[in-house]
Design a protein around this ligand. Structure first.
Ligand code: ADP
Ligand code: MG
Length: 339
């Protein structure tokens, strides 16, 4: 008899899991922003250097963590957000897998400073390659600041695979915008190599879109509103004359989470039928609220895909409500000679 199976050491398991969760600096931004939101932050600041390859820092004014939790949060499957499998069907938080921080800590140098309301001092913990290097008391505001340095320092293949700073920064801005659009009442800022890229005050949905995409966006937005048993929809579609030649501003949010859905995109495009020129893509910012029981978000580690119970019903409700809005606003088809 020859036993050959053994359990992988934690740091190896974490590194493998990291391959799924963390593809590039933007994935780290997404996870850290979602954690800050789950901690009920009102204000979130993101600082990056060299497209996040050197530094990603996210500072929030949320609930913070206790001394013990500050250590535990880097363990795999360590989460405060669910405790039983059925909790997956009533999710109110962005996170639930308890994998992000463990993954990130396996492939970067991480420094976490955190303090809870009522604690006099906070705690500062440093981790490298899943190992705690130090933990000390620190004077720090209530909330959490997490620095992720030298991403993929121990996985050269991944590091070399990263694209140019311009491309990686674009991905970061995309993630940042998605989260900011989903949470307009939260204040967000983004700094890259010392310069301010975004400074977004807490506001409403329309104004958040305008603050991100510029003042001219305001007149382009047609409100969409629908309230049914299956789904509540709110948000905006761009008037047909502002449709783009490339897929740009197309956003679906389901229960405050950005998702990709070619199927629902098709419903929007169908609602614009006859109004758009060939090869033009409509802009949209659509927020769908559904019963958490009617969706499965746990299909992919990055959680950008969702399985809906009743996709067909959703499709037709979405299409007809957009059609209705476009009709109400007397939107005329765009004819070639108008250009
Ligand atoms: P998940 O978000 O799926 O629970 P993470 O690895 O992202 O897993 O985080 C682990 C835990 O660490 C969270 O459940 C939460 O309790 C805590 N945590 C992480 N980030 C923050 C933060 N910014 N503020 C407060 N607590 C946090
Ligand atoms: Mg998380």
């Amino acid at each position: 008899m020859n036993d050959v199976i053994h359990l992988l050491p934690d740091h190896v398991a974490n590194q493998i899991a990291a391959g799924e969760v963390v593809q590039r600096p933007a994935s780290v931004i997404k996870e850290l922003l979602e954690n800050a939101i789950d901690a009920r932050a009102n204000s979130i600041k993101v600082i990056i250097k060299e497209a996040g390859k050197i530094l990603i820092q996210v500072i929030d004014d949320g609930a913070g963590m206790s001394l013990t939790d500050a250590r535990l949060c880097f363990e795999r499957h360590a989460t405060s957000k669910i405790s039983a499998a059925e909790d997956l069907f009533s999710l109110k938080t962005k996170g639930f897998r308890g994998e992000a921080l463990a993954s990130i800590a396996a492939i970067a140098h991480v420094e976490l400073k955190t303090r809870q309301e009522g604690d006099e001092v906070g705690t500062c913990i440093k981790i490298e390659g899943s190992e705690v290097v130090s933990q000390e008391p620190v004077v720090t505001p209530v909330g959490t600041s997490i620095c992720v340095k030298n991403l993929f320092y121990n996985i050269p293949a991944r590091r070399n695979f990263l694209k140019s700073d311009a491309v990686e920064t674009r991905h970061i801005i995309d993630e940042f915008q998605r989260v900011a659009l989903a949470h307009p009442t939260i204040q967000f800022s983004l700094f890259h190599n010392g310069s301010e890229i975004f400074q977004l005050p807490g506001t409403n949905y329309r104004q958040r879109i305008v603050n991100i995409f510029g003042g001219k966006t305001n007149e382009k937005l047609v409100p969409v509103e629908e309230d049914t048993e299956i789904v509540k929809i709110h948000g905006f579609v761009g008037k047909p004359e502002f449709a783009k030649r490339s897929r740009g501003e197309q956003f679906f949010f389901v229960n405050d989470r950005f998702i990709k859905s070619p199927y629902l995109n098709h419903a929007v495009v169908a609602a614009f039928e006859g109004l758009l020129k060939d090869k033009a893509y409509p802009s949209y910012f659509l927020y769908l609220d559904v019963d958490p029981k009617s969706i499965d978000i746990n299909i992919h580690p990055t959680k950008t895909e969702i399985k809906f119970d009743d996709e067909h019903a959703l499709y037709s409700i979405l299409r007809s409500s957009i059609k209705h809005s476009l009709g109400q606003f007397n939107v005329a088809p765009v004819l070639d000679f108008e250009r």
